[in-house]
Every structure is written in C-alpha cells, then in structure tokens.
Design a protein around this ligand. Structure first.
Ligand code: SAM
Length: 279
C-alpha cells in the first residue's frame, strides 16, 4: 500500500470532506453496494485486473474493487482530498488490504501510464467537475484497448420528490438545484456521457437507469434523508438556504418519516459501461 501526497486544491469541493460527510459516504455505499457489484461484474471486472477508482472518497468503492481483482490484481485509488486518502489508507491497513494504492490527485491530472489499465470505475464524481472532457481524455488514454470505463452518475437529480408533494421539501430541493448550478458542474452529467465517450474514443456498451423509491425506514429513505439533512445544513452555514426554510424542511421530513404511506422518489442514476475501442 503506497500513498502520494500533493497539496490540497484551492477551490472547495461542493459537498465537503468533513467527518460527517465521509461517514455519510459509507452509509450511502451500503445502500448502493449491490448495484455497484452487479455493474462491475457485468462489465467483466475480474481477478488479476489493474483498476483505477476515480474520486475514491474514503475507499467505499476501492475496497469493493479490491475484493474482485485480488490477490494478483491491483486498485489505484485517486481523490483530490487528502482527508479521504488518509482515511482510505488507515482503513486499508485495518482490513489488511494490500492490493490498493492511494494518491491525492485530481481526476483532471491523473498522470497514469498510457494503456496501463484494464478498467476505470467512478461513482458520483463527474457531476462536480468543471472540465469533464479533460477527465474522459485522461481516462481513455490510461485504458488499454478493450478496457472498460464503468460509471454511475446522476441522469435526473430533480426527480427527487416526496409523495404526497410537500412545499417545504420542494423548496429544499430547489435550493440544492441552485447550488449545483453555482458549483459550476453539471449535476445530470450522465446525459452528456455518450457524446463525451465518442469524443474520447470510447464506445457505449450499456446505459441503463436506476430509479429507486422508498418508504420511511427503507435504505433509500435513509440515504436521501441523510444527504438532505447534512447538505442543507451546509447551505445554511454558507448563507445559501434560509434557516427558517431548513427548519420547515426538517419538520416536514420528520412528519413524513412517521407516515408509513409516504413515498420518496430518489434522484435517478445512470449505470454506464464504456469500452475503449481497438481491442
Ligand atoms: C460524492 S463523493 C463519491 C466518493 C466515492 N466515489 C463513492 O461513491 O463513495 C465525490 C468524491 O470526489 C472527490 N473529488 C471531487 N473533485 C475531484 C477532482 N477534481 N478530482 C478527484 N477527486 C475529486 C471528492 O473529494 C469526493 O471524495
């Protein structure tokens, strides 16, 4: 296990990487782990492969990838956040995982040898980046012919909805949408993926969507509720959401959480497998 340290970038990543957010990434992963495993296996990931986990966070998905490629395979985890990479390395040590190396590195500047990877995996990273074509160029360059770029990204974040409809909830979602625009990325980045892939010399092998719903107490309810509660508090702290609106959201969320008949529609995620041409 190795680590390489670069200075933290200047601009703050929109969701932050404080301990609450890093813990949230683990809880979120529990809800999505099975979908991830199914997707990467369908894309042909297997023992002995060399894989990049792009925007690895604290290692949520890196350790899943490691469990598939080990013992001979190798996972390179990259994230721009030093806090994430530190957590990842500690966790890898605790779990006795030796086939993962981790680097503090931006997705736009991977510095990985041309044609050296069998696969690249990335979940919930492209939505926050201002220069996604550059990332595609880097990924495509690093893949061997026939290698796979496997990604799970939002294709319709605004689909999130509480049924029956709630004004306080919709106001909170509008505040999130405004923040995505302010952040300079493209929240529904998956809709641009086929064109980005073509430009970068990657073929679309599959593009499916994952639209989940949940009732109070379900994993999906917990996932979206945890995200909104912490992210909206962050928007309040940064002056982008009124405290009163946040209180109204919390009251409404608690009220619905006690109603077994309430339904939550989650943001829609696209599961995509791209293939480097020329195998
Ligand atoms: C929503 S988290 C997802 C983490 C992990 N992929 C998962 O699914 O659990 C997004 C991650 O992208 C990282 N990130 C944001 N901008 C980045 C960039 N330009 N290059 C590399 N990582 C970046 C953040 O530090 C954060 O860990």
């Amino acid at each position: 296990m190795k680590s390489e340290e670069n200075p933290e970038p200047q601009e703050e990543y929109i969701l932050g990487v404080d301990p609450v957010e890093l813990q949230r990434l683990w809880t979120q992963h529990e809800v999505w782990a099975e979908d991830m495993r199914r997707l990467v296996r369908r894309a042909g990931l297997g023992p002995g492969m060399r894989v990049l986990d792009l925007g690895s966070g604290p290692g949520t998905t890196s350790f899943e990838l490691a469990s598939i490629v080990e013992p001979q395979g190798h996972v390179i985890a990259c994230d721009e956040s030093q806090a994430c990479i530190q957590d990842l390395l500690q966790e890898a040590k605790k779990r006795g995982i030796t086939c993962v190396e981790a680097h503090v590195r931006r997705a736009e500047d991977l510095g990985i040898e041309k044609g050296s990877l069998d696969a690249v995996y990335g979940r919930w990273i492209l939505s926050w980046l201002p220069d996604v074509p550059l990332v595609f160029e880097q990924v495509s360059r690093a893949l061997r012919p026939g290698g796979a770029y496997i990604l799970q990204e939002y294709v319709d974040w605004r689909a999130v909805r509480l049924l029956p409809r709630s004004q306080a909830f919709d106001t909170a979602i509008d505040a999130c949408m405004a923040s995505w625009v302010r952040g300079g990325g493209t929240i529904d980045i998956a809709e641009k993926v086929p064109a980005l892939a073509r430009e970068a010399g990657l073929d679309v092998e599959s593009f499916t969507i994952n639209a989940r719903t949940g009732c109070p107490g379900s994993p999906v309810w917990g996932w979206v509720g945890d995200f909104l509660t912490s992210y909206l508090a962050r928007l309040v702290r940064h002056g982008h959401f009124a405290r009163d609106d946040y209180e109204s959201f919390l009251t409404e969320w608690k009220r619905h959480s006690l109603r077994p008949e309430s339904i939550l529609m989650a943001p829609v995620v696209a599961d995509v497998v791209l293939r480097k041409s020329g195998a």
